[in-house]
Design a protein around this ligand. Structure first.
Ligand SMILES: [Zn+2]
Length: 79
């Protein structure tokens, strides 16, 4: 999933989640996404970098156990 900051022609800003950038392009093209404030479908994507849920940019925590922070994680070192 990926979230974009969108702005409508009326100047309202809001966030919308999409499964991919292609999903975003398709939903904008078909006007499937509308401004929650005014219902406008003339939307533009803000320039800010999108947040990606589940992307590689998240802090590395191989197993999620507290031991990971101390370097004693049993998952570390596996290839
Ligand atoms: Zn609006």
């Amino acid at each position: 999933m990926i979230v974009f900051n969108l702005h409508c022609a009326g100047g309202h800003g809001f966030e919308e989640w999409f499964t991919s950038s292609a999903d975003y392009e398709a939903k904008i093209a078909t006007r499937e996404v509308a401004c929650p404030e005014c219902g406008g479908t003339d939307l533009t994507k803000a320039v800010s970098a999108p947040r990606v849920n589940g992307g590689a940019s998240e802090p590395a925590a191989p197993c999620g156990l507290p031991a990971c922070g101390g370097g004693g994680c049993p998952m570390m070192g596996r290839s």
